[in-house]
Design a protein around this ligand. Structure first.
Ligand code: AMP
Length: 190
């Protein structure tokens, strides 16, 4: 069973590549950012908590994220492979994911890291701000999110590197070329 973690800074193209990967490899796409936005839209208890962090560009507490993720995974058929998009974002979440996967009798197959330099990230996020209107796509919040990524999320790379599950992918250029590089890695695992 294929379980993929797609990793990278905000604006690195995780969402775009996840959709392509989910379709080609028949995986369920789990974006914890989307789960948060859905909870906010539905005005749930978790949504109220998530909003207060997202609007500041900070990470939503692990417990809130893990509750939403658990509920989503429980709704999937057994034997359904998953692509995790925007999760794990902390080492504590990476540790929790090992247990979650174990309880489903499976494990993470690989972490794909989309590598994009910071000037390009900022340009992409500002462009997205114009087209998608996300409340956290403004200069101040973007800067905070990139800072949080470096401090809290980057250590996740080392966690997977030590477990020999880390694969860097050049995340710049044509979307289909990037996807081609992703497929080269995933086809080796199948
Ligand atoms: P994203 O759509 O992945 O860019 O996520 C948008 C925002 O949702 C992030 O800036 C965080 O505030 C929050 N978020 C999404 N996923 C997580 C996560 N795994 N852990 C903590 N916060 C998250």
């Amino acid at each position: 069973m294929l379980n993929v973690v797609i990793f990278g800074a905000p604006g690195s193209g995780k969402g775009t590549q996840s959709k392509l990967i989910a379709e080609k490899y028949n995986l369920a796409h789990v974006s914890t950012g989307d789960l948060c936005r859905k909870a906010i839209h539905n005005n749930t208890h978790e949504g109220v908590i998530a909003k207060s962090y997202i609007d500041k560009g900070e990470l939503v507490p692990d417990e809130t994220i893990l509750n939403m993720l658990d509920a989503f995974l429980e709704s999937l058929p057994r034997e359904q492979g998953v692509i995790f998009d925007g999760f794990p974002r902390t080492v504590a979440q990476a540790e929790a994911l090992i247990e979650i996967m174990q309880s489903h009798g499976t494990k993470v197959s690989v972490l794909l890291n989309l590598e994009v330099d910071s000037d390009e990230l900022m340009a992409r996020l500002l462009k997205r701000a114009e087209t998608e209107g996300r409340s956290d796509d403004n200069v101040e919040t973007i800067q905070k999110r990139l800072e949080v990524y470096e401090k809290q999320t980057l250590p996740v790379i080392e966690f997977y590197r030590q477990r020999r599950l880390y694969k860097p992918i050049v995340g710049v250029g044509d979307i289909n070329d990037i996807f081609g590089r992703v497929c080269e890695v995933l086809n080796e695992l199948k």
